[in-house]
Design a protein around this ligand. Structure first.
Ligand code: 5GP
Ligand code: ZN
Length: 138
């Protein structure tokens, strides 16, 4: 299903032009308009799924191999030393476009700085309680 009000549905299906790196029957991979670094790309499914929880397993299974392929090409073509795969789900997590997408962000020797957090503290009891709560919801 497409969502006629969704900009990523329009981009993924070619109704709005984009800098496309790769396309197949299921996905389009484009350059991000506001790149964190040179080459920052987005994998977009051509069907509308709001986030990873809505993405069927058969689609999800194709995303990581595609991300690895694009990342490897970035290392060859752009000379980045590595890349981050980032995938935001929900407003609280920084998702701004509610059509599933995976960011592929090249990392160069001089940056960018990103995806960091200050390690907190835990006790074995807290970890056990948290793990149990999530396990019970699976
Ligand atoms: P999110 O924060 O939802 O994980 O990421 C949305 C990303 O989409 C942002 O990095 C933003 O720059 C990018 N973006 C938003 N609108 C457009 C657009 O119209 N074209 C392209 N190429 N990227 C977009
Ligand atoms: Zn969409």
């Amino acid at each position: 299903m497409k969502d006629s009000s969704c900009i990523f549905c329009k981009i993924a299906n070619g109704e709005i032009p984009s800098s496309t790196l790769y396309e197949d029957e299921d996905f389009r991979v484009i350059l991000d308009l506001g790149p964190a670094s040179r080459g920052h790309a987005l994998i977009l499914p051509k069907e509308h799924f709001a986030d990873v929880c809505a993405l069927p397993e058969a689609w999800a299974a194709k995303v990581l191999p595609l991300a690895a392929r694009i990342g490897a090409a970035m290392k060859k073509a752009l000379g980045c030393e590595g890349f981050n795969l980032v995938q935001n789900n929900g407003e609280a997590a920084g998702q701004t476009v509610f059509h599933f997408h995976m960011h592929i962000i090249p990392r160069y020797a001089d940056g960018p700085q990103m995806v960091s957090w200050t390690p907190g503290e835990s006790t074995p009891q807290e970890l056990a309680q948290t793990a149990e709560a999530i396990r019970a919801a699976l």
